[in-house]
Design a protein around this ligand. Structure first.
Ligand code: CA
Length: 502
């Protein structure tokens, strides 16, 4: 494989780039925890006064809370591939969610992933929980994963080539698997455990013990709940994102006879509360895992990362789901704790992308970061060093590109084909700095948006045509082109192949 020639494994006992008092005595253990569709602001530490996340907050307080972490393609499978490879979708090969849709996609088998490299470096490696990629996990000694999306109650897991049904609630079972793995690790070798939840993904099912949480009172409605999309044409067309149009069928107990507005408000309350409730089990599970690591004396030398694959709209713009480059979908929670090396209680506001995780983990493990990885190690930031850092982040969403192209070329005989209509959101890409965000919907008659995040943090007012912003548009358009070249995200439209409809 290509990457073997570039994979330089440093001897165990020394970490890269360290000297003097910084020298490590043993490589760290890695615990990578990822939930599915956990929005950034659903954290106590992010300032949410309603949600109860004592253990996520505990992780932040014993480590670092990143205020500006972003995904690069807000969708489940692409985000997972990006996390593993440190590469954007256009490089790693996973551009959309593909299971059951007739597409054959996999992570480019020549690309290294951080678990593969850690395994080669002598780590014991395991993955439990959600995987959601169309091929078997590579680089793990132990695998127990949900098939596809998996089920919330009494789910099956794929383990050792067999399907094993487990009784109970999926988040609790995945936590038990993580605890079991941790109790069995060989203490003579470092471990890397990838511990990934299905929750709080749709259908947002809480554990039975949590169904009454947040029962009293009303979740405040977002300021943008009744957005009319006056200056955002593509967003205005995205009817599948609307709560009342997409989630009605999820709730058999929706009271009959409600007006459209009351229905929208009822669905909002129910779905947001269920989302919060599903996070409760994730938080409880994390608490048990942290307790276990502390009891076993493993906490100090374990690098723990908590994140979500993508952000989520929780009623903003009257929407659920993700996909768009707007803040609720773009921004992700990111907590990092490593007591032995990283000072606790830090808040870091540098702009982070999910391509940075793999390089960071390898860097702390003392394993050379392959040149093909597109992210940057966060290690200097975590160690409090003064470093040059990127001043903008990049985003590129692809799903449905092939379907839209096929439709335009009249190759789809049935325009109501399910995959085409579901979440019909055009591919788009853009950049965001600390003040502005530029988005290009390149298949929608080349439609552009510019937001002034300082004056308009809710992104309601597209100022792309405003003469006052002409210089910003000029500068950021050039910067977008440069960034596309940097990340090799050019001509993607042509690279995508059409599915076989027969
Ligand atoms: Ca997701």
């Amino acid at each position: 494989m290509v990457f073997l020639s570039v994979c330089l494994v440093l001897p165990m006992g020394f970490s890269s780039g360290e000297s003097g008092a910084d020298v490590q005595t043993s490589p760290p253990n890695i615990l990578f925890v990822m939930s599915d569709d956990h929005a950034y602001h659903q954290l106590g530490v992010a300032g949410n006064p309603l949600i109860h996340t004592p253990n996520l907050d505990r992780l932040a307080h014993t480590g670092v809370f990143f205020e500006n972490a972003f995904c690069t393609n807000s969708l489940c499978a692409p985000a997972r591939a990006t996390v593993l490879t440190g590469c954007l979708s256009n490089v790693n090969g996973i551009s959309g969610n593909s299971e059951g849709k007739g597409r054959i996609e996999q992570i480019d088998p020549d690309l290294p992933t951080f678990p593969m490299l850690l395994q080669e470096a002598g780590y014991q490696t395991g993955i439990v929980g959600k995987w959601h990629l169309p091929h078997e996990p590579r680089g793990f000694d132990f695998i127990s994963i949900l098939p596809g999306q998996g089920l919330y109650m009494d789910p099956e897991f794929i383990q050792g080539g067999n399907r094993i049904k487990r009784d109970g609630y999926v988040t609790d079972i995945i936590t038990e698997m993580a605890l079991d793995y941790l109790s069995r690790v060989d203490r003579e070798k470092p471990f890397c455990l990838i511990y990934q939840h299905k929750g709080p993904h749709r259908p947002f099912t809480p554990a039975p013990r949590h169904t009454d949480l947040y029962q009293d009172g009303e979740i405040p409605f977002p300021e943008t709940f009744y957005d009319n999309f006056e200056t955002r044409l593509v967003a205005g067309k995205a009817s599948d994102m609307r709560l009342e149009e997409s989630l009605e069928r999820d709730y058999a107990d929706l009271p009959p006879g409600l007006s459209d507005n009351d229905k929208k408000r009822w669905i909002y309350q129910r779905f947001v509360k269920d989302h919060y409730r599903a996070i409760q089990s994730i938080d409880e599970g994390l608490g048990r895992v942290l307790d276990h690591l502390e009891e076993k004396g493993l906490r100090e030398n374990t690098l723990i990362v908590y994140t979500s694959d993508n952000g989520f709209f929780l009623g903003e713009y009257g929407w659920y789901d993700k996909r768009f480059m707007y803040e609720p979908s773009l921004r992700i929670p990111l907590l990092v704790s490593f007591p032995k090396r990283v000072a606790s209680g830090q808040v870091i506001n540098h702009m982070i992308m999910n391509i940075d995780y793999a390089p960071t983990i390898l860097d702390f493990a003392g394993v050379a970061i392959p040149g093909v990885m597109q992210g940057e190690s966060l290690k200097p930031l975590l160690l409090g060093r003064d470093v040059e850092w990127r001043d903008h982040i990049y985003y590129s969403y692809y799903e449905n590109t092939w379907a839209m192209r096929a439709f335009e070329q009249s190759q789809l005989s049935d325009p109501s084909f399910n995959f085409f209509t579901a979440h019909r959101i055009g591919p788009h890409r853009g950049i965001r700095d600390d003040r502005h965000k530029l988005i290009r919907y390149y298949s929608e008659q080349d439609y552009w948006e510019l937001f002034d995040l300082q004056k308009d943090p809710l992104e309601l007012n597209n100022v792309y045509q405003d003469p006052d912003y002409a210089n910003v548009v000029r500068r950021m358009t050039a910067q977008l082109s440069e960034t596309q070249r940097l990340y090799k995200d050019v001509n993607t439209w042509e690279k995508l192949t059409l599915p076989d409809y027969n």
